[in-house]
Design a protein. Structure first.
Length: 288
């Protein structure tokens, strides 16, 4: 991991968060009209009880900082728990599992077996930089046939921004896509110099102004439970609960499952889709 690159990223992150806060949010008078939005460097330094010169060098990536100073800055900049963890990680103050070489991951066998057993639940496995490593039949029926996507392009965030059908599929595409970008940036703290991550960010920044804006906003978030709202071309409007499980054998692989409330319209629609999938398999086997 390149320490110099991390210090630069830390400084960029501090600057981005500073720009998103107004004086009144931190108890300071607004004063005269400001040429740029957000807090000034000297205001952040004053509130964190450090010198302006020291804080300036932090934003410029020219100096390392103690955990105590970073904690004070996190409080001043109103960072949430995910952002605070991200800040500490960039400064080398939080221990993270070290990843192996940048070879493409292979799905863990136990995750593959589990996916195959999930007949009424859509599931897929995300790897580094949100690469799609595996999925089950129901996930393919609900979202898309991922197997038709070339392996080097089989990336969840990439598909969100480049596949028109997926933009239509998600009823809350903008909110969900912005959150996915925050997840991607959070994941990138482990290996900020990963060439695959760099290439993905450069590609999507050039292709999509929304991705570019959301990436440069430096929002971060960890994957957690949430809701997925779909408008499926066959099954209609569907609502799922999203859950994520980290693989103990490889923490950079996560199983994502979508579950429907029993007895709900979504649950009944999923059962119908699963039945169609099974009927198709039976027909295929009968013709073999």
């Amino acid at each position: 991991m390149n320490r110099g690159s991390n210090l630069h990223e830390l400084g960029t992150f501090l600057k981005a968060r500073r720009a998103q806060l107004s004086p009144d949010e931190v108890g300071l008078p607004a004063g005269e009209l400001r040429r740029v939005p957000g807090l000034r460097r000297e205001e952040v330094a004053q509130l964190a009880a450090i010198s302006t010169d020291y804080y300036t060098r932090l934003e410029q990536g020219r100096v390392q900082s103690s955990a105590a100073v970073l904690d004070a800055l996190a409080q001043v900049l109103r960072l949430d728990a995910d952002q605070h963890d991200y800040l500490l990680t960039l400064a080398g103050k939080a221990a993270l599992p070290t990843a192996g070489r940048r070879t493409r991951q292979e799905v863990q066998p136990q995750l593959r077996h589990l996916l195959d057993d999930l007949t009424l639940t859509a599931g897929f496995v995300l790897g580094r930089t949100t690469d799609l490593l595996a999925w089950n039949a129901l996930a393919a029926a609900l979202v898309m046939d991922f197997g038709r996507v070339p392996e080097e392009e089989r990336n969840y965030v990439r598909l969100l921004f480049t596949d028109p059908a997926i933009r239509v599929l998600y009823r809350d595409w903008a909110d969900m896509a912005r959150l996915a970008v925050a997840h991607l940036r959070m994941d990138g703290r482990r290996n900020p110099d990963d060439p695959r991550l760099t290439a993905l960010v450069e590609e999507l920044s050039a292709l999509d102004p929304q991705f570019r804006r959301w990436w440069t906003s430096h929002d971060v978030a960890v994957r957690a439970g949430g809701t997925r709202l779909l408008r499926h071309p066959v099954a209609g409007d569907l609502t799922f609960r999203r859950s994520t499980f980290t693989c103990a054998e490889d923490p950079e692989q996560q199983l994502v499952v979508w579950t429907a409330e029993p007895g709900s319209a979504t649950h009944e629609a999923v059962r119908a889709l699963a039945s169609r999938i099974e009927t198709g398999r039976d027909a295929l086997n009968g013709s073999a």
